[in-house]
Design a protein. Structure first.
Length: 55
């Protein structure tokens, strides 16, 4: 009986680690996508700005 309880606790801890890792991976991908989006937007917008904007 005690072994089953310990096994359930261990399984729950492992499941929590997997979920935490998946959430961190998703957050990393969202952050990376945001950086790429900002970079691409700047690459399109900056060349079209007049030179007086940077002076």
């Amino acid at each position: 009986m005690r072994n089953d309880t310990d096994q359930a606790i261990t399984s729950e801890a492992a499941a929590r680690r997997v979920v935490r890792a998946a959430l961190l991976d998703a957050l990393l991908l969202v952050g990376l996508g945001a950086l790429i989006g900002v970079g691409m937007t700047l690459a399109v917008v900056l060349p079209s700005l007049p030179r007086s904007f940077f002076a």
